[in-house]
Ligand binder design. Sequence first.
Ligand SMILES: [Fe+2]
Length: 174
Amino acid sequence: MDSAYSDVAIAGDPLALPHLLPPVPQHPATVAEFAGLARSVAADRARWAPLVRYDATTRWYARLQTGPGYEVWLLSWLPGQSSGLHDHGRSSGVLTVLDGGLRERALTPRGETGRALTPGAQRVFAPGYVHEVVNDSLEPAVSLHVYFPGLTEMTPYACTPAAPGRPASAPSRV
Ligand SMILES: [Fe+2]
């Protein structure tokens, strides 16, 4: 992994140092506070578990929370379901796996990276980050997504050997 060179991984794993993190304010405003919000929602299974819904035709998503300048989404993934390669417009984000496992593939200026995401794993990304998330396991999965500002646009990307990471023409929604 090239985390030493990746500006989207500088936050590392906030779950590894919970005693060093500040308490979550009513409305987060910093990357650390958004990561803290994701961590606190993740720990509250009674809050998100009733919204899990597996749909064979599409990933199922439900908005858990909105606030000034951010929103929180819950996504349910059946095996094989994928986001496709996309960016997040002007939004930054925090991605946390709640149940099951997902795999992330990201395109960076230094090339393609990939990683398995397990429950408790947390990814923080900045505007311009291009990735694909897929449930490549044999079990359903659930993930939590905090976007700040709220997600208003996403560009899907076609990825071919001749033109890796090129924006595709067709819009989509993740
Ligand atoms: Fe994404």
